[in-house]
Ligand binder design. Sequence first.
Ligand SMILES: [Zn+2]
Length: 129
Amino acid sequence: MAKSAKSAKSILSAEHFHDEVAALAFIEARIWPNGPVCPRCGEVNRIGRLNGKTTKLGMCKCYSCRKPFTATNGTVMESSHIPLHIWLQAMHLLCSSKKGISTQQLHRTLVPHVIDSARIDPFELTPWW
Ligand SMILES: [Zn+2]
């Protein structure tokens, strides 16, 4: 019984599509398979994780060039205020649809999640794609 229920789960029920920390770990595992790499100087050893109260999730600091960075540097997610797990849902929907997906459909599918996750006033929300 439990096995059939488990196999009936959608791929979208994976944790990285719903949890910001899991989404960051998922992205980091793909961008940095061997650990963090400084996008500016390529340093791999002298890198520290910044875990301050107000520090952005996943922030690292390179102690060679003294610049902070995250795994999303150089990606479309770098300056976005949309949570990473919503980005992953959008990427999955875009890539898994045989005939593609319109931006309006993407909006209809994901906006309730964006409103819940970011606690945005739905009347002030404008399309982000
Ligand atoms: Zn560096």
